[in-house]
Structures are given as structure tokens and as C-alpha cells.
Design a protein around this ligand. Sequence first.
Ligand SMILES: O=C[C@H](O)COP(=O)(O)O
Length: 254
Amino acid sequence: MRKNLVAGNWKMNLTYQDGLALVSEITHMVADEVSGANVEVVICPPFPLLHSVGRLLTEGGRIHLGAQNCHQQDSGAFTGEVSARLLQSVGVEYVILGHSERRQYFHEDDALLSQKLKAVLAAGLKPIFCVGETLETREAGETFSHLGKQLKDGLFHLSNEEFDQVTIAYEPIWAIGTGKTATSAQAQEVHAFIREQIARAYDAEAAQNTTILYGGSANAQNARELFSQPDVDGGLIGGAALKSRDFTEIIKSF
Ligand SMILES: O=C[C@H](O)COP(=O)(O)O
């Protein structure tokens, strides 16, 4: 039985103080309101907040810590970078890899992401691997070939055991931060396609066990409808993860 998951990606938002205030509100709301829900929750703050947010999450109990990126090497002269091993040592469990913003603004390609995946897995962390198409690609009718290639080149080189640790996030780039959400039917269509590709690359069991998240202007209003789709197992939440009430309502949408 695959798990449902809601991951909040804070991106490059908030100060240290604002971040701690937000996470404290979220832990209280989740503790009070979400006790029985069948969902794992992850919060991915910027690097300088990881340790302190992690401590609050440990005290609060049931929310896991994630990072937004890491370097592919274990250590060394890579000024400004952060290794998976360091992330693991501050209590991180998940790492987002291949977010469309990393691909677009930092030119991360499938070859680099393959190395990052290996580093994350070697450190005992769980990757949240993102794929998604631009509006141009969708309108050209190339969504599925594009996603198929991202999965094949970026992800499907992993062994079965390594792949077991992976969560996939589908992010229609045209829906990120735009307020334009994919319809639940559009999301379901792509998620089913991704699951089918997993079955081909690995097997039916791996496909059934893989958690596939939707990311792209998911919010407290549309989460229930999106999460009710058979192949949508949760969300990678940007803007709405910065508001404790909205994020909690999204978690409660299962
Ligand atoms: O990582 C999160 C996704 O990019 C979605 O962001 P958004 O919810 O602000 O559209």
C-alpha cells in the first residue's frame, strides 16, 4: 500500500524568525486537527532553517524534514554547496531533486540529476524527484513524450531497491505559482501515465507502490478534488505551504 504525502516547499521565502513561527503554528494545528489522517507530512525550508525547523518537528512529533536541493559530491571544495551527507546529519529525511526552478534557473539536466539522486540515496535520504512540462510543450502535444524522457533519462537508471525510496512529483510548469491549476482529470491522466512508465521500467508492484505527488497551485480549495483521483497520492505545495491554515487544510484533504 503506497503512502499519501503532502510536502511543503518553502522555496526562497521567509526569514529565520518567520520560518520558525510558521512551523510552530503548523505543528500545533497538525497535532490538534490531523491525528488520524492517512498522510505523511514533509516541510522543506531553505538550508539555514533546516536544523532549527527539524528540532521543532522532532518535538512536535509527526512531520518530517526535507531539503530543496543538494550537491552531487560527498564533500570537498564546492563553495556555497551542501552535501546530502551534511543534510542527513542535521536530520533531513527527504530531498527535492529536479524541481523545475532548479532545471530552469540553474540548468540542472538529467545527467546531473542522476548523480544527485545517487548521492541522496547513498546518504540514506529519500528523493522527491520532479518532472513536468511547459505550456509550450503541452500545447505542442508533447507532454507524454517529454515526461517519458525525463523519467527515463533522470530516474529509471536506478536499481529496483533504489527506486523503492523515490517519490515522484508531477509539476505542470504552467501551473506553478500561477494560480492556474491542472484540472483533476489532467492531473490524473499524467499520473496514470507516470505509473504506467514505472510498470514498464520496473514492474507492476513498483508502479503500485510509488507515491506520485501533484504540484502546481494546489491549495486548500482544490486539494480534496485533486487528491481524490486514484493516481494522485498527495501534493508538493509551494505558495499555500507558507500559510499554516491553508497547509493544514491541504493535509486534512485526505
Ligand atoms: O514546489 C512546489 C511547486 O513548485 C508548486 O508551487 P505552487 O504551489 O506555488 O504553485
